[in-house]
Design a protein around this ligand. Sequence first.
Ligand code: ADP
Length: 198
Amino acid sequence: MAENIHPIFERTVQRAERETVNGHRSGVVWLTGLSGSGKSTIAAAVERELFDAGHFVVLLDGDNVRTGLCGDLGFSLEDRRENIRRIAETAKLFVAAGAQVLCSFVSPTRAIRALAQDIIGPEDFLEVFVNTPLAVCEARDVKGLYAKARAGEIKGFTGIDSPYEAPETPFLDLKTEHQTVEASAAEVVAAIKHKLSF
Ligand code: ADP
């Protein structure tokens, strides 16, 4: 009976109300790229800039996700997919709560990123390709992972013996090789500004 249905969503605080109070739109900035390309470093700089400007901003990356929410998952294609599915669902909850969510994950295949985009919704998904050549990432080798992958100590490492499929039409193609972290962060902030403000 229609008169007996009382949808709870009519009584909950709406996303639009939250956005009005926050003074900005919510959405997801999804950074994809090779290990060591600079995703986490750039995302942290963007987070700082947005936070200092008074935004409700949240950063999701391997460090805070792989240990808890996805602590039971490994790096098989199946587990990588489940990892991204959970992250995307989490990001979606934060979007509904009014946040600007920065997601920093290798997310190596087009299929995996399409899954994230599907869950989050294309209108709320801004894909940033942290476009740093493999040779540069490998030379940096911040965590020593490329050396281990080359030595065969890590199997299925993205870019070495597991594929990375570059986005074909990213929202932003960020070429980091010849610019500072600050310049890259500024480029991201400038690109997302018109999408995430009123
Ligand atoms: P990812 O999250 O993609 O694995 P990280 O951000 O953890 O990459 O590591 C990238 C490393 O490269 C950091 O130590 C960072 O300081 C360094 N780096 C050097 N130059 C740049 C640059 N232009 N842009 C981003 N990171 C850079």
